[in-house]
Design a protein around this ligand. Structure first.
Ligand code: GAR
Length: 192
């Protein structure tokens, strides 16, 4: 199954997918393309692995072009791995049930527009939550509201900061993403 990974930042989740495909922990999945919406370290990670990477210009109507490109490449699943641009209604409906996202909280808590990265963890700290975690879910037009595929919790220590929480949750995200990809791939095989 060919996938495309959309990125905006460091790309640790992208790296995790790359490593697990290479080590065959994830079987049957190949990263066909990386799509970045800005210059970021994730692009370097794609370059090192010789994975085709497109940097989109968000001033233009990029989603239509990317849709055509991904179709041409026979991409079957899109993974949003720290991707910060909002996908429009048309793109989301064209790729219904074929886009997944990793989010650094226990959705439906701390999701929605403007909730990303450290902001999510800061809100968790500010609200003195006792637990947080990560969620992998399908993407719909309503931000962070699609069906949940997997979620994992962790305790939030009293002395935790947004940064320490981010560090704690990153490995959880990586684990969840690998498990989710395995699940989705297994499902495509059982329906054949
Ligand atoms: C991850 O923590 C991911 O959960 C978050 O961006 C980070 C990207 O890290 N995504 C969101 O907040 C989406 N709303 P990475 O670039 O190292 O994979």
């Amino acid at each position: 199954m060919k996938i495309a990974v959309f990125v905006s930042g460091n790309g640790s989740n992208l790296q995790c997918i790359i490593d697990n495909c290479k080590s065959k922990q994830i079987k049957g999945i190949e990263i066909s393309m990386v799509i970045a919406d800005r210059v970021c370290y994730a692009i370097q990670r794609a370059n090192i692995e010789k994975i085709d990477c497109v940097i989109v210009d968000r001033k233009e109507k990029w989603q239509h072009d990317i849709h055509l490109l991904l179709k041409e490449r026979n991409v079957q699943l899109i993974v949003l791995a720290g991707f910060l641009s909002i996908l429009d209604n048309k793109f989301c409906s064209l790729w219904k049930n074929k886009i997944i996202n990793i989010h650094p909280s226990l959705l439906p808590k701390y999701g929605g527009k403007g909730m990303y990265g450290l902001k999510v963890h800061q809100a968790v700290i500010d609200n003195k939550e006792k637990e947080s975690g990560a969620t992998v879910h399908f993407v719909t037009t309503n931000i962070d509201e699609g069906d949940i595929i997997l979620q994992e919790k962790t305790a939030v220590k009293e002395e935790a900061t947004a940064t320490s929480l981010q560090e704690l949750i990153h490995p959880i995200e990586h684990r969840l993403l690998v498990k989710s990809l395995k699940l989705i791939y297994a499902k495509t095989q059982s329906t054949h």
